[in-house]
Design a protein around this ligand. Sequence first.
Ligand SMILES: [Zn+2]
Length: 314
Amino acid sequence: MFYIIKVEHRFGGGIVAKAEEFNLLEFQRKFGTEEVCEKYLFEKRWPKGLKCPKCGHGEYYYISTRKLYECKECTHQASITAGTVMNRSKLDLTVWFWTIYLVSNDKRGRSALAISQLLELNYRTARRLLHKIRHAMSERDASYQLAGLVEMDDTYFGAPRPKTDGRGTTKAKVAIALSKDENGNPQYARMKVIEAVSTDEIKRVAEEFIQKGSTISTDGHRSYNQLEDNYTHKSQNYYESNNTEFLRWLHVIIGNAKTYILGTYHELEDKFLKAYLDEFCYRFNRRFNTKQLFGRLLNACVSGTYYSVSEPSA
Ligand SMILES: [Zn+2]
């Protein structure tokens, strides 16, 4: 296993061990009403029953219109969605559950346009909803680090953008790390938008993504030289080397990420590139458990912190 838990999750580290699996009919039957969605959330968040977060009392009044639980002792009100990505959302829980289901059941991903049409939502609402779900994906993967044998490289994403000084064009720069098993098969991937392919940036990305003491393979570009401080660094010149296996999977995955992002989202908005890369990696890292994706993503949304999405001006 080349994936270790870095940070304790919220709710007392209570990650649900095995997510449930649902096909479309099961999903529809199980999550058809607000009441069942709320009950499901309640059991996820407070499996041992609700104790007042303020005074510890165990009895409460339920205020159904606002989905609040008011303590009979101290009148503190607990919200079922507080501290989750669903916090303060005016959308029905059924809409959240449907979106999470639709997102997790199409490996190509769902665009805001598709969600707005399928669930008859306003486009901006659908976009905001998807960004909150992506945020939950990002947070979940951010609590893990790659370890063992890891390959690292950098690439460019998206359409060329005009440089502010009017000379030439630039594209978004992205660093990628991929862990592999003893047989050289890909395990887990992480990607990050970087300002520049510099020693400082590469070092920062490595420290965020990769457990110290791991072995990192790179193509030997000078920006990777400082990895030797915390890692065993193996470099090979990609072009001079006859080793066709070297960084092969890493480049396959980069290609897949580009196809995925351009295929689903058509035009790449720079400010959302991080979210799209995180979504790609989240799916890639769970590619062997696709049937559990809905349950896992729902868990991630329930335990994820509130995320406010700033709308682009246009
Ligand atoms: Zn209380």
